[in-house]
Design a protein around this ligand. Structure first.
Ligand SMILES: Nc1nc2c(ncn2[C@@H]2O[C@H](COP(=O)(O)OP(=O)(O)OP(=O)(O)O)[C@@H](O)[C@H]2O)c(=O)[nH]1
Ligand SMILES: [Mg+2]
Length: 461
């Protein structure tokens, strides 16, 4: 008898659909680019894709400085958007309408994967040798997918017992200790060797998902299983760390949890082999500034999560490649977002901080195909200089979310590398969330941004 008959599997069917859509559409023909955009929740993926697509649609008619790097400027005849066959549609028009509405709004959180194709019709390049004529149609396929899917990479090399031990240890440290009491107490009361109790497992699984969500609300990022955060996992697929399950037999509580863990691992493995390996140009967005503002523990946790996310790109060329039939990475753009929260003089430090977070070995190993940037997909602030006691000070000016008047703030000095434990206290940040700029519709030129065009440059270089 099944207790939850209406609930399907762990989204394996939608993964298969995505995989087959990616396999059948040909992104690899000359002059076509498939660009995947990822990042943890609230990193800025939706705003990025919306602003990027908008810029591609309008760059040809806009002044050069509105989107300086646009390689096809002279040759574009027409630009249009299309759905990506077989993939959920990225709702560009809806998201843009919100950004230029009165008052403008940021997008709501999104889940899962979606995509959009920008189709550029180009006049042939003037070349003497007509055999070198470039293609007249160029596709830029943009795909937005959750970075949380990449947080699960470590599961591939840990069995259920090892993973449980790691997660239990983590749950007892720092801010997590105060948040994990609920599910830990319930799990303590569960007998691993008793016959499967589906209701107890669902209840404790639900408590574990709540714990993950509360950790996220507290600014923590290293959360596993990443897919549980979307809140769509069927009850009968939930599991939680339970190291006491060691050696439990099939049909017992412990045995069932281990089985669910293995089923989940299979899904993770399928994602890497069927989907991730087909995304050869990727943009990884990281919101360092919000984590800095939240303090050392949030920042350290984001660092751990970000390194986990990008390890997958290492694996593309190293150990996993031997196990999984994955492809090769062409370009990786590592991007610190929301750079309009700070003054322009601090952008280099922000890039330095991202580099330090990723680590020198990673940067060296990937130097050839990767680039580091600090960007704002939509610039919500302006920069002001004020004289104070004879000194010129830089401020950012913008309207805080939910307010109507602009304020001027000094965001504080961004460290160029991760501060050590002792010096954290000497950094004082004032990083605010701003409402989108009031642009008004129709806005038929690229939205104000910082370095958005450089992402395009680094991806198609
Ligand atoms: N000032 C500023 N804020 C930004 C920018 N991009 C994103 N934000 C802020 O970051 C929030 C999240 O941006 P989204 O693009 O929705 O992030 P996401 O990665 O798609 O988030 P999920 O869909 O929840 O995974 C927005 O609501 C804005 O507050 C930017 O370029 N400038
Ligand atoms: Mg989104």
């Amino acid at each position: 008898m099944t207790l939850f008959p209406r609930l399907g599997g762990l989204a394996a069917d939608s993964l298969d659909a995505i995989a087959s859509a990616l396999a059948s559409a040909s992104p690899l023909s000359r002059g076509s680019y498939r660009i995947a955009v990822t990042g943890l929740q609230r990193a800025g993926k939706t705003v990025f894709v919306t602003s990027f697509v908008h810029a591609l649609l309008h760059a040809k008619d806009a002044p050069v400085e509105a989107f300086p790097f646009f390689p096809w400027r002279e040759r574009v005849r027409a630009v249009e958007l299309q759905d990506l066959p077989g993939l959920p549609r990225f709702p560009y028009a809806e998201r843009l309408a919100e950004l230029v509405a009165e008052p403008p709004r940021w997008p709501a959180p999104t889940e899962g994967l979606s995509g959009v194709r920008v189709r550029l019709r180009l006049a042939p390049a003037p070349r003497l040798d007509r055999r070198l004529l470039e293609p007249q149609t160029l596709h830029l396929d943009l795909i937005d997918y959750p970075g949380e899917w990449l947080l699960d990479l470590p599961l591939l090399s840990l069995d259920y017992e090892q993973w449980s031990a790691e997660m239990e240890e983590l749950a007892n440290s720092g801010k997590r200790a105060a948040l994990s009491g609920g599910w830990q107490a319930q799990a303590q009361a569960l007998d691993p060797t008793a016959a499967e109790d589906p209701f107890a497992l669902a209840r404790i699984g639900g408590a574990y998902v709540d714990y993950l969500k509360r950790c996220r609300a507290e600014g923590l990022s290293y959360l596993q299983p990443g897919r549980f955060l979307a809140g769509t996992t069927p009850l009968e697929s939930l599991f939680f760390p339970f190291s006491r399950a060691r050696g439990a037999r099939a049909g017992t509580n412990g045995g069932v949890l281990a089985r669910r863990y293995e089923a989940y691992r299979k899904l993770v493995r399928r994602f890497y082999s069927l989907v991730f390996g087909r995304l050869r140009r990727q943009v990884v967005l990281v919101d360092l500034l919000t984590a800095l503002q939240r303090g050392q523990e949030s920042f350290a946790d984001l660092a751990l999560a970000t390194r986990t996310v990008v390890e997958a790109f290492e694996e593309l060329r190293h150990p996993l490649a031997a196990v999984l039939p994955v492809g090769r990475l062409d370009r990786l753009s590592l991007v610190a977002t929301k750079a309009d929260h700070i003054t322009s003089g601090q952008l280099n430090n922000l890039v330095g901080l991202l580099r330090d977070m990723l680590g020198e070995p990673f940067m060296r190993a990937n130097a050839r195909q990767s680039g580091l940037l600090a960007i704002a997909s939509v610039r919500a602030t302006t920069q002001e200089t004020r004289l104070w006691q004879g000194e010129a000070l830089q401020f950012v000016r913008g309207v805080p979310n939910g307010r109507s008047d602009a304020v001027e703030v000094r965001p504080g000095e961004i460290p160029g590398q991760i501060p050590d434990r002792e010096s954290w206290a000497s950094f004082v940040f004032n990083i605010r969330e701003f409402a989108p700029p009031r642009l008004g519709a129709p806005f038929d030129r690229p939205l104000p941004h910082i370095n958005l065009d450089k992402v395009l440059q680094s991806l198609i270089a």
